[in-house]
Design a protein around this ligand. Structure first.
Ligand SMILES: Nc1ncnc2c1ncn2[C@@H]1O[C@H](COP(=O)(O)OP(=O)(O)O)[C@@H](O)[C@H]1O
Ligand SMILES: [Mg+2]
Length: 560
């Protein structure tokens, strides 16, 4: 996602509008309501001007009674239209959040798990949160005011031109362009650096503060309160500084807008007076024209007050669109073969995350039904990578991976995950009950099934000793769950899932030797005919393996 490959602003905007889909109609509705709302607001004062023009002897067909009734009518209509406009804008805003999130999650589902593996996790979280919010503001609070300003300003231009004078209309048009186009361009340039700096400082301050709270124990233990507090103060002052600068610029821009409005109101009035004094326009028509122009700056003022600049929106739009365009490293297989695991084999398998550097080179290995196969090797030698290739998280570069003689790319994805389960290096437990955490592997599992799986993983006794047994909330336990206990719950999940091949990535890496012994014993006793591929950098873990491969520099050899 380099700056170089950024799409142009126009293309981003066009594609974002296409993304709206059927919501575009509601957007049009919002623009119509908004425009009519402004027009009826102007109608109230305009009726006053019409009344004065009639008193001045202008030939106006409406009676005074009608003029008053219309003024009141416009006032009420203004309220109703404003309501309708707000309603449609908010409807769009919330629907949009849902639509955009749905699209991003849809894209991520196809891109994962490879996508979540990469170092862009933070960027994805930022996209799901702030980029989507930015786009929501763009659709609901940027496009619609711009459209309303164009519609209302054009309507007033034509109205004043036809009813009063084209010179007045021209003066108004200059005002619209200056306030709605030139001024926003200038102020967005003025504000760009300030806005970006402020946002960066704001998120950095937030992150630092949150981090400090999370690590408060370690700060106190290391007697670092003073230093930490000092830094929080310094950063807070810097943020205040940025805020002040940004506010000053915002205030300058707002002030400039007001001055411009006054200047053009006076200019229109002067043009009107000149026209009347030269006899080119009657006083009544001049009053109607000038009053119409006076009341018509609202929509263009709204543009000059648009949130920040479009740069930020385009950056967000660019990131979201890029994600939607991204091709997944692997596509789910649905029209392939189903397997009933008996054997897996790799032949001359090669792979690299980066095409220039191979992580695995010509790897040959196999695992048969009922076997425990160990893979041992130093940290970073590619053991986890091999497991991910067996799960088809990534596509291999060369060689073969075959399940029961069927190429892994031809095995239906559902069938693959039914047959093969992976327990990763650290088991993540959700802040729910232990039972809920286990049921992720099998949603309709009975409590008996849960206990059976936990017995196999040697963790049933532990769970039963908790205050609420299987209903104990993980969050309530806080840090009381040891890495070994978590890992065994992860193992129980795998047993519950009932796949025929279990891939274990460093199941004992975070635990002491007592726990390691328990986990290995659980594996050996609980596997009941399942096949296991066990990966570890520790030799001791290999004790239960029937056969062992060693990986070194991406190459693999059988050692036992
Ligand atoms: N998603 C990834 N993108 C790029 N490089 C990766 C990725 N995952 C792992 N690597 C690199 O591949 C090599 C092997 O990693 P890994 O298979 O996790 O090793 P092991 O599990 O044996 O410790 C390491 O150099 C690691 O930095
Ligand atoms: Mg690893």
């Amino acid at each position: 996602m380099s700056e170089k490959s950024r799409m142009g602003g126009g293309r981003i905007m066009a594609r974002l509008i296409v993304l709206l889909g059927s919501l575009a109609y509601i957007m049009i509705l919002a623009v119509i309501n908004g425009s009519l709302g402004f027009v009826s607001a102007m109608g109230v004062t305009l009726m006053g001007a019409v009344g004065i023009a009639k008193a001045l002897g202008e030939g106006i067909a409406l009676s005074y009674g009608w003029i008053i009734a219309l003024a009141v009518g416009f006032g009420v209509l203004r309220g109703a239209l404003r309501y309708a406009e707000q309603y449609s804008n908010h409807y769009i805003a919330f629907r949009l959040l849902a639509v955009l999130r749905d699209k991003i999650f849809g894209a991520l589902r196809v891109l994962c798990p490879a996508k979540l593996e990469s170092k862009q996790k933070g960027a994805i979280i930022a996209m799901i949160t702030s980029d989507i919010e930015t786009l929501e503001v763009f659709y609901a609070h940027t496009i619609s005011p711009i459209c309303i300003a164009v519609v209302v300003s054009s309507a007033v231009f034509v109205f004043v031109g036809c009813v009063s004078s084209w010179y007045l209309a021209l003066a108004a048009l200059c005002g619209y362009l200056a306030i709605g186009v030139i001024l926003p361009l200038i102020s967005s340039k003025l504000m760009r650096s300030g806005g970006v700096g402020y946002r960066a400082e704001f998120s950095s301050f937030n992150a630092y503060f949150l981090d400090s709270i999370k690590g408060v124990k370690d700060i106190v233990l290391n007697n670092g309160e003073e230093a930490r507090l000092g830094e929080v103060d310094r950063r807070s002052d810097r943020l205040l500084d940025y805020t002040k600068r940004l506010k000053r610029k915002t205030a300058t821009a707002a002030g400039l807008t007001e001055i411009f409005v006054s200047v053009f109101v006076i200019l229109t009035l002067i043009v009107g007076i000149v026209l009347v004094s030269q006899g080119a326009l009657s006083l009544g028509k001049m009053i109607v024209g000038v009053v119409a122009v006076f009341g018509s700056f609202g929509p263009v003022i709204a543009i000059s007050a648009l949130p920040g600049n479009l740069t930020q929106t385009f950056a967000s739009g660019d990131r979201v669109l890029k994600l939607l365009d991204e091709k997944p490293v692997v596509r789910p297989v649905t029209n392939g073969k189903d397997i009933d695991f008996k054997q897996v084999e790799t032949i001359d398998l090669s792979f690299g995350y980066d095409k220039s550097e191979r992580v695995l080179k010509d790897v040959c290995m196999h695992a048969e039904k009922g076997e425990i196969v160990g893979i041992v090797g130093a940290s970073g030698c590619g053991k986890s990578t091999l497991l991910k290739l067996l799960m088809r998280f990534w596509e291999r570069d060369a060689g073969y991976i075959e399940y029961d003689g069927v190429d892994v790319d031809a095995v239906n994805s559902d069938s693959l995950t039914d047959n093969v389960t992976m327990v990763s290096q650290s088991t993540y437990l959700f802040d729910e009950s232990i039972a809920d955490n286990l049921r992720i592997a099998k949603p309709d599992a009975s409590i008996e099934e849960l206990r059976a799986a936990c017995r196999k993983a040697s963790v049933d006794d532990f769970v039963m000793s908790l205050p609420d047994g299987y209903d104990t909330k993980v969050g309530a336990l806080g840090d009381d769950l040891s890495a070994g206990e978590k890992q065994r719950i992860g193992l129980a999940r795998a047993f519950l899932h009932d796949g025929k091949l279990i891939l274990l990535d460093e199941p004992t890496s975070n635990v002491d030797s007592i726990n390691e012994g328990m986990i290995l014993k659980a594996l050996k006793d609980g596997r009941a005919g399942k096949s296991i591929i066990l990966v570890s950098h520790r030799e001791s873990t290999m004790a239960i393996a029937d056969r062992i491969y060693r990986v070194d520099g991406g190459r693999m050899s059988e050692v036992k």
